[in-house]
Design a binder for this molecule. Structure first.
Ligand SMILES: [Zn+2]
Length: 241
């Protein structure tokens, strides 16, 4: 929700908000069989993304909504921003890999100057957490913006399986020349996933790669189908790796 701060320092009175959410949503859904609890689900199945949309519709008359975020479990959630049948679905996953931050075109001293400890010759490892967000239009019958099993398979087959337990610099050809910083890995994952996700009828919205508790990178989807023309935005939150 969003709004101006009132004289009491609040956007909204939290207990009023909780009361509305409980009255309009949670008290009705809790311990219910979703397919039968609300008439909205008689035709369109209650997927996470469609449930988020319907919760928005039911709360919007009472609350200044900006976004509904609904977690099915900690590794799958939907975001709905109030735009007709458009929604976002995020799958969270992880892989473990080693890398060395050093350009083959620079001397060891130059690489140490730029990348610090990350340039040490034999590499080091990370447990990478990956969040892939796709955007699409909810199918009015299935309630899905993309087939979840196929989406999971694309991420597993294209990224997780090829990257897991590798030395990125040597095992992934792309990183023979490109230094595998979190930003560059996120860009490469975005480029690998763009077309397979498009073939599932959705579009890749965002790749977030969390390299360590200290740093992560976010890259947004390509605006056109030609990767040469599209700009990538990487936002490292902290440069220490
Ligand atoms: Zn590192």
């Amino acid at each position: 929700m969003a709004g101006e701060l009132d004289e009491y320092g609040m956007v909204l009175n939290l207990s009023d908000v909780k009361h509305v959410i409980k009255r309009e949503v949670t008290s009705q859904l809790d311990f219910s069989y979703l397919n039968e609890v609300w008439p909205e689900f008689a035709y369109t199945l209650p997927t996470t993304e469609y449930l988020a949309k319907v919760i928005w519709d039911r709360l919007a008359p009472y609350l200044p909504l900006v976004k509904i975020q609904l977690f099915e479990h900690p590794e799958l959630w939907a975001d709905y921003l109030g735009n007709a049948m458009e929604a976002y679905l995020t799958i969270s996953t992880h892989f473990s890999a080693a890398h060395r931050l050093a350009s083959p075109r620079l001397s060891y001293e130059e690489n140490c100057e730029i990348y610090g400890k990350c340039a040490r010759p034999h590499g080091h490892g990370h447990n990478y957490h990956l969040e892939v967000t796709v955007k699409g239009v909810i199918d009015p019958r299935t309630g899905m913006l993309a087939d979840l099993a196929q989406l999971q398979a694309v991420i597993d087959d294209t990224v997780v399986e090829p990257f897991d337990h590798t030395f990125l610099n040597k095992d992934i050809p792309y990183f023979a020349e490109v230094v595998p910083t979190a930003e560059n890995i996120a860009v490469h994952i975005r480029d690998l996933l763009h077309e397979p996700i498009r073939q599932l009828g959705a579009s890749l919205h965002k790749v977030k790669l969390i390299e360590s508790p200290n740093n992560s990178a976010e890259v947004y989807g390509l605006v056109s189908s030609t990767s040469e023309n599209a700009a990538a935005v990487a936002l490292p939150q902290l440069a220490t790796v």
